[in-house]
Design a protein around this ligand. Structure first.
Ligand code: FRU
Length: 521
């Protein structure tokens, strides 16, 4: 029998609002989860590799009811090494099945990041059966070339699958795009551009992106470049993406470009920026001044994220997934048999705001299937409140709306006195994440640094949608205009979430869900 309780410490008095539920039959986690997924810090509803090292998501493509996720994978160690494409599939973006490695290094090099598309019109001519061919493009990285001090050791190759994405063959004509002397020349993301009836590919070329066109995924022509003097250049440009979205509350559509940056993020280390503009099949024109910098996530742990290709038009979502880590410390985080996880899949939308068109990011609705019995409190409304919410098995989802002019904190706590604090500082009108007291933090000197998260508006109302897993917190604030993803490594899972305020506050919604592990049988 599960007991879900909420305790209000109200004006010094403690009230317990509890509901005893008789419906839950969920046995203790350790009894039902594959042993691999009971390890300390192992995410319970985020994708992580079965074992060993993972970084960027790659080749994300949907075909025939299946979301394919490939990823940068080194199967021989828990630190970065010769890259392969690991592979997993999901029918619902939440539960994942691990599949054999899809792409191995070969004589042309290691297999760095890239993308995949469904070639519906068989433009490349790879079709050999009933199924539509899937085509992946990735960067070859030739170690020998790098070691020899050359600048042309990265170039693009393609591979294809005729069985719906399960097995892959490399194209014998590789590389399809040779390197003309740009040292960082990688991470191709392809899409079909309907208006100009051709394939478009965007890749990172050191301090800018390059856009290519192709009729057949094999022959590519450089169409334009963007970004040499735009946005942030605090690190090498990596992992771009480009797509069109309707503007909610505005007119028509806009093109959004994502560019990850190897260093110099708003809170240090690797990070991701975005641009809004127009695209005609060849050239991207930025709506903003070159100095404008728009961050996709203000937390430190969302990198190299891109979107799924070929999500059906009837669905029409742009679904994003990021690597939930930071190159500053990714290789030294205190996990033993594996390293890194992905963020939860997120829906990207564009909205018209007073400042112009901005990105709005929300967790995908498929995550709702993980919810256990809800605890919903409608308008508890009182002064000087503290709300304590139990985090069953260290997992939870919180939807919180409150109105206050005062500062407040949302804290994760465990019985060891460790905590992660999400704070609102009313005098600065900004949020912050403090993980300095969150257990294991000294594996890298900047890991405990406070992360500052500016608000996009100065409203008295705050809305949060928060996901807590064993080693991460993702906060979607201000209706998705502000997002912060942060890792932590407590010595014991957090078992309670405490909302504390210094002043008058009106809670408009406190909705909390214990969550199921995706690895439970
Ligand atoms: C981004 C990145 C990519 C590269 C890959 C190598 O994290 O550096 O630019 O393709 O990782 O693993």
């Amino acid at each position: 029998m599960d007991r879900i309780a909420v305790i209000f410490a109200l004006l010094g008095l403690t009230f317990t609002l509890g509901c005893n539920t008789t419906t839950s039959t969920t046995p203790p986690m350790s009894a039902t989860i594959h042993p691999r997924y009971t390890e300390p810090h192992r995410p319970q509803f985020h994708f992580s590799p079965d074992s060993m090292w993972m970084n960027d998501p790659n080749g994300m493509v949907y075909y025939d009811g299946v979301y394919h996720l490939f990823y940068q994978f080194y199967p021989d160690s828990t630190v970065w090494g010769p890259m392969h494409w690991g592979h997993a599939t999901s029918k619902d973006l939440v539960h994942w099945e691990h599949l054999p490695i899809a792409l191995y290094p070969d004589s042309l090099g290691l297999i760095f990041s890239g993308s995949a598309v469904v070639d519906w019109k068989n433009t490349a001519g790879f079709k050999s059966g009933e199924k539509d061919p899937l085509v992946a493009m990735y960067t070859y990285h030739l170690m020998e070339g790098e070691k020899a001090g050359r600048t042309d050791f990265q170039y693009q190759g393609i591979a294809y699958s005729t069985d719906g994405g399960i097995s892959w063959d490399k194209y014998e004509g590789n590389p399809v795009i040779p390197n003309s002397g740009v040292k960082d020349f990688r991470d191709p993301k392809m899409f079909w551009h309907e208006a100009s009836n051709q394939w478009v590919m965007i890749l990172a070329a050191k301090d800018r992106v390059q856009l290519f066109n192709s009729p057949d995924l094999k022959n590519w022509t450089l169409a334009s470049e963007f970004g040499a003097n735009e946005g942030s250049h605090s690190g090498v440009w990596e992992c771009p993406d480009l797509f069109e979205l309707p503007v909610i509350g505005g007119t028509g559509t806009k093109w959004m470009m994502i560019v990850s940056l190897g260093d110099g993020g708003p809170n240090g280390g690797s990070c991701t920026q975005y641009f809004i503009g127009d695209f005609d099949g060849k050239t991207f024109v930025n709506d903003h001044s070159p100095e404008t910098i728009l961050w996709l996530d203000d937390g430190r742990d969302n990198y190299a994220g891109v979107t799924w290709s070929d999500v059906p038009e009837s669905d029409s979502r742009k679904i994003f997934l990021g690597w939930m880590s930071n190159w500053k410390y990714a290789q030294v985080v205190p996990t033993e048999t594996w390293r890194s996880a992905m963020t939860v899949p997120r829906k990207l939308e564009l909205v018209e705001t007073r400042q112009g068109v901005r990105l709005k990011t929300l967790p995908v609705r498929e995550l709702e299937q993980l919810r256990k019995e809800a605890l919903v409190i409608e308008q508890p409304g009182a002064e000087d409140q503290q709300v304590v919410i139990p985090l069953t098995e260290g997992l939870g989802e919180l939807k919180l709306d409150l109105r206050t002019e005062a500062s407040f904190t949302i804290q994760l706590k465990n019985s060891k006195g460790e905590s992660v604090q999400f704070l609102y500082d009313a005098s600065l009108n900004q949020y912050a994440i403090d993980r300095a007291n969150a257990g294991k933090v000294d594996f890298e000197s900047s890991f405990p640094d406070t992360q500052v998260i500016p608000r996009k508006g100065k409203w008295a109302s705050h809305s949060f949608h928060v996901f807590v897993d064993h080693s991460s917190m993702e906060v979607f604030a201000e209706g998705g205009l502000t997002v912060a993803t942060s890792l932590f490594f407590p010595t014991e899972n957090f078992h309670e979430l405490v909302i504390g305020t210094e002043g008058e506050v009106a809670f408009e919604k406190v909705e909390c869900y214990p969550l199921r592990s995706i690895w439970s049988k």
